[in-house]
Write a protein that binds this ligand. Structure first.
Ligand code: HEM
Length: 154
């Protein structure tokens, strides 16, 4: 693989990680607490559902980009020769992707429908499950970053 293609793949990989992990930090630590502070449930839940819908579309692209670029970069070096940190990154990255697919395919439609029917307690329960899984993925994302960078420590 030419070094320029390798650099481009790493750029895509890091951009996707920034969008995914950074977006989760914003959703968890900024957007949600601010919405709770300012809005009552009938206005807060539709706002958060709309914001998450947009974010999850971006994350879908980020997940595809991060897994494809990561596998291409790892395959280039060879899975057998890849350092331990890369294998850890592959494992935690795939768990993160699986968690995201579950929350987007199973929990997000529940939230959207409950909001559309103004069933606020049902919507709040679905949103709470999504929040827990987003926080779980955020922790795993930070661990993945640590695994990636640990390779440089030798
Ligand atoms: C899902 C499967 C994944 C695979 C197969 C994978 C694979 C790789 C590989 C092979 C590299 C080294 C590229 C090089 O230096 O040529 C790399 C770098 C990196 N990856 Fe991943 N990755 C995955 C997921 C993730 C995720 C989810 C994150 C962040 C949350 C992440 C963050 C990083 C970072 C920060 C680097 C740069 C490390 C450095 O240069 O010190 N990766 N990845």
């Amino acid at each position: 693989m030419p070094p320029s293609l390798q650099a481009l793949l790493l750029f895509v990989h890091l951009l996707a990680a920034v969008v995914w992990v950074g977006g989760m930090v914003f959703a968890h630590f900024v957007m949600r607490p601010a919405a709770i502070e300012v809005l009552e449930p009938p206005r807060r839940l539709p706002l958060l559902a709309a914001a998450l819908g947009r974010f999850f579309r971006l994350v879908t692209a980020a997940v595809v980009a991060i897994v494809a670029s990561g596998l291409a970069l790892m395959g280039h070096v060879g899975f057998a020769r890849a350092p331990l940190g890369w294998h850890v990154m592959l494992a935690t990255g795939l768990v993160m992707a699986g968690v995201f697919v579950y929350l987007y395919a199973a929990l997000w439609p529940r939230l959207r429908e409950a909001v559309a029917q103004a069933q606020w307690p049902v919507a709040a329960a679905a949103l709470d499950k999504i929040r827990r899984l987003v926080f779980f993925n955020l922790c795993l994302g930070v661990a993945t970053l640590a695994a990636a960078v640990s390779v440089r420590a030798g």
